[in-house]
Design a protein around this ligand. Sequence first.
Ligand code: ATP
Ligand code: MG
Length: 409
Amino acid sequence: MRIYKVGGAVRDRLLGKPVTDIDWVVVGATTEEMLAKGFRPVGADFPVFLHPKSGEEYALARTERKSGRGYGGFTFHASPEVTLEEDLIRRDLTINAMAEDDQQNLTDPYHGQRDLEARLLRHVSPAFAEDPLRVLRVARFAARYAALGFTVAPETLELMRQLSESGELEALTPERSWKEISRALMEDQPQVFVEVLRACGALKVLMPEVDALFGVPQPPAHHPEIDTGTHTLSVLQQAALHKQPLTVRWACLLHDLGKGLTPEEEWPRHIAHEFKGLKLIKAVNERFKVPRDCQELALLVGEYHTHGHRALELKPSTLLELLQSFDIYRRPQRFEEFIAACEMDARGRKGLEERSYPQADYLRGAATAARSVAVQPLLEKGFKGPELGEAIKRERLKALKAYKEAAST
Ligand code: ATP
Ligand code: MG
């Protein structure tokens, strides 16, 4: 049997990027031989094994044929006769279809090295169209390598467009899609992921609510960039620049969905877009079975981001309602993430990227003031049950009034 490094490990070494996980392909071996060497099988009928010591993935060289819709619709053929070239041709991009032996001899039948130099994300063969997940993967790689100057080859974008129009994207499971989406959002240029999906028509299929924001104007006084889609991409870019976590990035992507519902005659104003957007945010959340923390933050940011921007003008009672909605007493981290998303929203505007955002510290101070109300003295005064709740609220309101007064002098 012959063993080669493949995929990302080869690509990233040639790019001079750190290699984190290594995928291996094994040519000329049978399942029985792998088991005899102590490799552990990954799945029942999948020719992939884990190394007994390193835990890295070793896959028998295989060919694939599409036999139906979706991910399940593949038949694999793994046998000792399958060659390295045959295995490499089923891969998505030429830069991912190179292999290397233990002497660093490169096998590169589909010219991955040439495309690395040309900075092109190019599909290996027409079989690319057999797995719709590749549309998301290419967009993700575009986001990751945009800083190095990579773009999607025009003929690959064309294939991605055909795939998007074919209805195949709908066959993706929420889990597979979310895995790609979440990884893409954590790249340095997540906005490129959205741009590429939009350029090939996949955004309209996967997230029509985000796609609809392009071409929708906003008031130039607050939004010099005018276009709501452009704004959304800038907010996402700011979130990446500021190293925000996935929850914040997801909330940034969805915060203005309501603006896509505004009747044209109301443009460029978007009355109550915060509230109108909630059902759209919920729909996107559910479509991809998004993790609970991301779902929650996106809904809260959608509903309250303009409160964040107007923090200094809010009445103490409104401020208190905001803090209560976030349950800041038990969920301090979530409120911090809300503040971060608001700040990214404020900075994701043309020419305003460096603006200061005093609202952030003001909101933090308000949260501290509300939290500083002690319950013990109220208990000692004999408050119980709902009356205790009311008394705590009254004290918190008092604290917020004092806070606001102190802040404005
Ligand atoms: P990363 O740095 O994100 O791990 P990677 O290229 O190693 O990038 P993996 O998902 O680990 O990506 O997959 C390893 C290799 O398997 C890829 O480089 C590619 O050759 C192949 N591959 C993975 N998923 C697909 C797919 N859906 N279609 C075609 N080839 C794929
Ligand atoms: Mg990998």
